[in-house]
Write a new protein. Structure first.
Length: 114
């Protein structure tokens, strides 16, 4: 029986470039590292990891990061030159925008509606 989500991992091709993107552009804080090839970030109650040594190639998945102010986050990411995919999605329970990381993996920037 599954009881919780352990972690989400993204394979990357250039760990230094990806660290700069996730830490400087997205503002994630390093929670732990396991050698130079595995970096973990706290993302609320979950763990998000990047690695260049996990046995599969980028791009390979998607993750959604929750934000408090989607419009402000979108403006900041656009100013940083982050590529967007499509329009802002507006749904009954949330709004979201899709961006890509340096390896082409999709990232959802998500805001729940009250």
């Amino acid at each position: 029986m599954i009881t919780d989500l352990a972690f989400v991992v993204y394979p990357v091709t250039d760990i230094a470039r990806s660290r700069a993107f996730y830490e400087q552009t997205l503002g994630l804080k390093v929670a732990d590292t396991f050698g130079p090839s595995w970096i973990e970030y706290e993302a609320g109650s979950a763990t998000f990891a990047i690695t260049d040594n996990f046995g599969f190639a980028a791009p390979a998945g998607s993750v959604a990061f929750e934000v408090d102010d989607l419009d402000s986050q979108i403006a900041s990411l656009k100013a940083a030159g982050v590529p967007f995919s499509g329009d802002i999605g507006d749904f009954p329970s949330c709004r979201m925008a899709l961006i890509t990381d340096p390896d082409g993996s999709t990232i959802c920037i998500h805001q729940r509606k009250s």
